[in-house]
Design a protein around this ligand. Structure first.
Ligand code: SF4
Length: 413
């Protein structure tokens, strides 16, 4: 009889651009979150955390048995490293679980000046073979985030040849270049992609010209002039249909991209992957990927979804070279603040305009969902209203099923 392979449950690691997103991600099932500090990170516009916010985030995470990692993965030019030792010591003393770094200078500073703070190698360092992982293990790193360009066969080979922890992306935006090796934004908008300023220039629309130089003209096809502008944007990654491959190949941490994304995205994606991992770990042999998980991810999709480089090099079907294909768009319209079991009335904070008569969907942690129509609403003074137009306004409405604080509401646009 063949011995059953012992499977380790991987953590679901969610992005958290703000304290609100950190709490939302953990509430919706993330085992760990990654955030940015005010220095050394790659998301200069992601609402980076102050030390006070980090302390609150760490306390919240600890209370829910979750981890907080800080991304400090910029490419460090001369002088950028000043003050890094103090920054890392502060993170360690705040109880941050690990710091995610790409630049060897910052790794050396962190190891020397903040001993005891675990270091994870950032995906920006493009680690795509086990020798590289072994190198970083020998340098004292506890985990390596793989480059998004690895294949599943390479993930398997890496796992078989090193014991260092592996973190791999399962969902979110992809770069058209190797992550951390793109200067398109630097050229197009003078914003350094490797120091937190990427302007997503690969996703802009460009006119496409034929050569030879000096005789430029709009590209032509047999059907005439190219009607759509050219973009180099990669479609997004989703590995929801391949969670068993990730777990069976020993990935320790399943990473979701998107520190700039909304709490609608963070709650939905964390909820789905938590459900999938729980379901697989409970009964690997009878696991099936549920259609409702896939449908749910499409509700927050910004682009088409594909599996990146895991199973083959992306073809023209996985790039938005031509016209953008339509994807369903849902609008996040509110969050539940409280629920009265006797009256079956929920108090809601509005996050986007909606009206009486709209068809809406409630969802919460643990994959609790239901749809209903908005039949009546009242403002904070108890007056009947037919629209909720004001951002963050508080209102009440009857709901068909019990809801909890932190449940969210969306509607199809
Ligand atoms: S411009 Fe595009 S490919 Fe380059 S770093 Fe930004 S998102 Fe990635």
């Amino acid at each position: 009889m063949t011995e059953k392979k012992k499977l380790k449950r991987p953590e679901v690691l969610a992005p958290a651009g703000t304290l609100e997103k950190l709490k939302t991600a953990i509430h919706y099932g993330a085992d760990a979150v990654y955030i940015g500090g005010n220095a050394y990170g790659l998301r200069s516009r992601a609402g980076n955390f102050t030390y006070e916010e980090m302390a609150e985030g760490v306390a919240f995470a600890k209370a829910h048995n979750a981890q907080v990692y800080v991304a400090a993965n910029m490419v460090t030019h001369e002088g950028d490293q000043e003050g890094a030792g103090e920054f890392f010591r502060e993170l360690r003393d705040l109880g941050i679980s690990a710091v995610i770094i790409s630049d060897p200078t910052l790794i050396e500073i962190c190891a020397a000046e903040a001993p005891g703070l675990p270091i994870h190698l950032s995906t920006q360092a493009s680690a795509t073979n086990y020798e590289t992982l072994e190198f970083w293990k020998a340098e004292g790193l506890e985990r390596v985030v793989l480059g998004r360009e690895v294949s599943m066969a390479e993930v398997a080979e890496i796992r078989q040849n090193t014991s260092v922890e592996i973190e791999a992306f399962i969902h979110g935006a992809m770069c058209i270049s190797y992550s951390g090796r793109c200067t398109l934004s630097n050229h197009m908008s003078l914003r350094d992609a490797n120091r937190g300023g990427c302007s997503q220039s690969c996703r802009w629309k460009y006119d496409l010209y034929d050569m030879p130089f000096g005789e430029e003209r709009r590209s032509l096809t047999d059907a005439g002039e190219v009607s759509e502008e050219f973009s180099m944007s990669a479609v997004d990654m989703s590995m929801i249909e391949h969670i068993p491959d990730m777990i069976e190949n020993g990935v320790d941490s399943l990473k979701i991209e998107g520190r700039m994304k909304s709490i609608h995205y963070v709650s939905t994606v964390s909820n789905v992957y938590k459900a999938a991992v729980d379901s697989y770990m409970a009964d690997p042999e009878n696991y099936v990927c549920k259609q409702e998980w896939i449908d749910e991810l499409w509700k927050v999709a910004q682009r088409e979804l594909a599996t990146g480089f895991y199973y083959h090099t992306p073809t023209d079907k996985e790039q938005l070279f031509g016209p953008r294909r339509k994807i369903p768009v849902y609008k996040f319209i509110g969050e539940v603040l409280s629920y009265n079991e006797t009256t079956k009335i929920a108090t809601i904070r509005q996050r986007n305009h909606f009206s009486v008569g709209d068809e809406i969907e409630f969802y919460g942690p643990g994959f609790h969902h239901f749809h209903q129509s908005v039949v009546e609403m009242w403002n904070e003074d108890g007056e009947t209203i037919d629209r909720a137009p004001n951002p963050m306004m508080i209102l009440t409405m009857p709901v068909l099923e019990p809801v909890k604080p932190g449940d969210m509401i969306r509607k199809k646009t």
